[in-house]
Design a protein around this ligand. Structure first.
Ligand code: ME8
Length: 632
């Protein structure tokens, strides 16, 4: 039995998860599930990167501690991964003791090797990238990677002798051509290293949110040394129980976005060489998801939140779209239209129709029994199966799914050609349906890494027990009869969908314009009397339930406890807050507002919020107040 270890980057907790983060984690999950089905003992790691200047700054802005910020945001990642059926074996947080201990153990080895020394450093530093850049690469005071502003940082620092590893790294790259994948990226890395590496500052004394440098605690470790080490600290490196480390290291694939290739393909192997730890086998760099021609990012305000899409279309559909839509190494642009087209064409039409048609015919003609068949599909099925595995070995999710869909389309054609409905209950119909059922079972197994739920439903409805790639037998016998299932992937009426979406946006715009109008009035300084103001009843309410309003990325429907009664209230705060943020919070509400419908959902009251650059900011009480308390 083989072994397989795959990791995702650990995500910064200064940002909520978006579609780009979800993509990386879904791809890693896809490979992890594939290897489990091959029978490999598999370890799949993800987690959160919680130290460093970026997190400290975000926390300062919110006037909370970095740990409070981390505790809040890490839950969003964990919850989204649950929602997306991510099958990670562990979730590491860099603020955990086990991680800190492991990092110190690695550092100790690097010190023992004589690779760490103290000096002073001055240079342009990009807080966003958590990285110093050479002077020559700075254009107009902006970092070369993303154009973020840089500042000159001078501080006493501990350094790692990265320059010493220039030659060993080049030798390693020449020996392992496929260390960085896709191979074009390997060349980028080589060229960079060939220009010569400078020693790397690995501590900061200008911040305190990090792992203290042993015996010189005014320094904290550079966030990248801290973060990269997660790949081994999670396996128990440096702890009393390093069984997992012994079993799974070296890692098979560090899956990362191309933005962090340098850290993984240069720094990480150099750190490991220094600590005398074997190097990972592959660094697989994926491309970016863009929106409106730009990489999705919070600062550009063009992120796509996976939550509403998953709520409306299911985790399987979302996963399939991301895996199928763009080649792993390239960039891709997200659009609702492409999403619906893909769902309608591949899932509702091709796979959905094949499944429902076959199950209906099997039930009508043979009481749901699948027979041996005449073997007419076996050859083409196994040919496609081989192509699929080849694509998987090449780490190409899109190509592997393409081979499956080409086969699905040939199965639909096979049915049309053989017309099992023309001669019901005949020998020919029996063979046709049994062959297609066996082929569909094989299809379901292959789509299981992408769509685990739908794959399970198809295999069950065909009457077979689940199998793996290792024990798959074409001639397997049914354990129960096949049965019809309700529509696996309902077709989406595109016109209606976009009309509803527009309606939703219009209603949201209307809400926004109301806010603007009332602002104008305030600017005009229209005063109201105290009696007028007293007509408005304000009360404290406790949010006991919260969920998104379907088809709206702004509206959240809440059930609010006012002591004497619970009320449903809808608020346009969903771009800033997620339902989980709200549950349990006690906030001020307008209690006697006329009921209204927002996108067809009744709202009986209004939450009060501040407005910061167009973003709602919820209000909280300084002390605990009971639900229903009057505000005057
Ligand atoms: O870099 N398209 O964390 P991070 C595709 N903490 N993928 C995207 C993406 C987009 N638009 N945006 C982000 C860090 N990603 C460090 C990593 S690892 C030891 C430390 C994905 O929160 C992509 O995989 O900025 C990228 O590498 C990762 O999120 C970075 O997330």
């Amino acid at each position: 039995m083989g072994k397989f270890y795959i990791s995702t980057p650990i995500y910064y907790v200064n940002d909520n998860p978006h579609l780009g983060h979800a993509y990386c984690t879904i791809v890693a999950d896809f490979f992890a599930r594939y290897h489990r089905l091959l029978g490999d003992e598999t370890f799949f790691l993800t987690g959160t990167d919680e130290h460093g200047q970026k997190v400290q700054k975000s926390a300062e802005k919110e006037e909370i501690t970095p740990k409070e910020l981390a505790d809040r945001v890490f839950v969003r990642y964990r919850d989204l991964w649950n929602k997306l059926d991510i099958s990670n074996n562990d979730f590491i947080r860099t603020t955990e003791e086990r991680h800190k201990k492991g990092v110190i153990a690695i550092l100790k080895k690097m010190v023992e090797k004589g690779d760490i020394f103290k000096d002073a450093y001055e240079g342009p530093y990009c807080v966003s990238c958590e990285s110093f850049f050479p002077e020559k690469d700075i254009v107009d005071g902006k970092c070369p990677d993303f154009g973020h502003p840089v500042t000159i940082l001078r501080e006493e620092s501990y350094f790692f002798k990265l320059s010493k590893y220039t030659e060993p790294l080049l030798k390693f790259y020449n020996e392992y051509h496929d260390f960085v994948l896709p191979e074009s990226r390997m060349n980028e890395v080589k060229t960079f290293v060939e220009m010569g590496l400078k020693d790397l500052s690995i501590t900061r004394s200008s911040i305190n949110w990090g792992i203290p440098f042993p015996e010189d605690e005014k320094h904290v470790l550079y966030v990248w040394l801290d973060a990269l080490s997660n790949y081994i600290t999670a396996l128990g490196y440096g702890s009393s129980d390093d069984t997992l480390f012994k079993k799974f290291w070296p890692c098979d694939v560090h899956l990362i976005g191309k933005d962090i290739l340098r850290f993984h393909a240069i720094y990480w192997p150099a750190f490991l060489m220094s600590a005398e730890i074997p190097l990972p086998k592959h660094i697989l760099g994926h491309g970016w998801w863009m929106k409106d021609q730009n990489k999705m990012s919070k600062s550009l305000g063009n992120i796509v939140d996976p939550n509403p899409l998953v709520d409306e279309f299911s985790s399987d559909v979302f996963r399939y779209f991301l895996l199928r839509e763009k080649p792993i190494g390239s960039d891709g642009s997200f659009s609702d239209e492409a999403f619906i087209d893909r769902l309608n064409a591949d899932l509702a039409n091709d796979l959905g129709n094949l499944t429902s048609r076959l199950l209906a015919l099997l039930e009508q003609q043979f009481e749901g029994k699948v027979f041996e068949g005449d073997g007419s599909l076996m050859e083409s099925a196994f040919k496609q199966y081989e192509e699929y595995h080849k694509a998987m070995e090449n780490f190409s999710p899109k190509e592997s799914l393409e081979t499956v869909w080409a086969f699905i389309s040939s199965l639909n054609k096979f049915l049309v050609l053989r017309e099992p409905w023309a001669n019901p209950n005949s020998e020919s119909s029996k063979n046709t349906l049994s062959e297609v059922a066996r082929a569909l079972r094989m299809v379901a197994l292959q789509i299981a890494p992408a769509m685990p739920r739908s794959a399970g439903t198809i295999i069950n409805s065909l009457g077979f027990k689940p199998s793996t790639f290792k024990d798959f037998l074409w001639e397997e016998k049914q354990t129960t009869r096949a049965y019809r299932i309700s529509n696996l992937f309902p077709r989406v009426d595109k016109k209606e969908y976009f009309q509803n979406l527009k309606k939703g946006e219009k209603m949201e715009e209307k809400e926004d314009s109301k806010v603007i109008e009332s602002k104008e009035e305030v600017r005009g300084e229209e005063r109201v009397s105290i009696d007028y103001f007293r007509k408005i009843q304000l009360k404290a309410g406790k949010i006991i339930e919260a969920e998104r309003v379907p088809k709206s990325n702004k509206l959240i429907k809440m059930i609010v406890d006012f002591g004497s009664e619970n009320r449903q209230i809808v608020a346009g705060i969903g771009k800033k807050y997620s339902p989980e943020d709200l549950i349990g919070k006690i906030c001020p509400f307008v209690f006697n507002l006329e009921p209204a419908k927002l996108m067809g959902v009744e709202s009986n009251g209004m939450i009060l919020a501040g407005n910061l650059d167009g973003e709602p900011i919820l209000l909280q009480f300084l002390e605990e107040v009971p639900p229903g308390a009057k505000i005057s």
